[in-house]
Ligand binder design. Structure first.
Ligand SMILES: [Fe+2]
Length: 207
């Protein structure tokens, strides 16, 4: 009997990548991409526009959050793995947050693993459900497909998370803006946080 010959790929697989997470200085050696967001990039994200304008007037232009990521290959099954870092702060009663999105390929899932700091992953379904799950060192939030999601830094130090999602997930950043924001706000509550309904939210719709 001849041994069955395993199917061989048409070309060599891409080399593996070593990624080092350095939450203390907010970098991930081994990454192949980086983007940063300053306060000026985040106009329209916060309800308290007067507080936002005041913060912007006093702003140094330093990044509020940034992402370093690794996407060594494309195609079905490929992963993007990255480090997300967000400074602590508030605009009015709201904590600093990421713009948030629904994956364009909406069924694509994502995982966040807490490295440092204290955050909340805010998630909305298009059908009307909302969840706010805490994330800190050693905790992972596993986001199944079809959830609108964003991160919020509810702590007093940088929030650093490691994330992974399908490289072909894509991001629809306009959905939340068209809906007047996500369904819940994450606001200060003494030394902690709570959610409260966002009165500006008008429901999610695909235009
Ligand atoms: Fe995502």
């Amino acid at each position: 009997m001849e041994e069955p010959v395993p199917a061989s790929p048409a070309s060599l697989p891409v080399p593996p990548v070593l990624l080092e997470t350095r939450p203390e200085d907010g970098t991930m050696p081994g990454a192949d991409a980086r983007y940063t967001k300053t306060l000026g990039d985040l106009a329209g994200l916060y309800r308290d526009t007067a507080a936002f304008e005041a913060a912007l007037a006093a702003d140094s232009g330093a990044p509020v959050y940034w992402v370093e990521s690794s996407t060594p290959e494309q195609g079905e099954g490929a992963l993007t793995v990255g480090l997300s870092v967000m400074e602590p702060g508030t605009i009015g009663e709201e904590f600093y947050l990421t713009r948030g999105h629904l994956h364009r390929n909406a069924g694509r899932a994502e995982v966040y693993y807490g490295l440092s700091g204290h955050g909340v992953i805010l998630m909305d379904s298009l059908q009307g459900e909302s969840h706010a799950l805490e994330i800190g060192p050693g905790q992972a939030v596993h986001i199944p497909g079809h959830w609108v999601h964003r991160s919020v830094n509810v702590g007093t130090t940088r929030l650093a998370t490691l994330f992974a999602y399908a490289a072909d997930a894509g991001q629809d950043y306009e959905l939340i803006a068209r809906a007047g924001g996500m369904r819940q706000l994450v606001v200060r509550d003494g030394d902690g946080w709570r959610t409260r309904p966002n009165p500006d939210h008008t429901g999610y719709r695909h235009d």
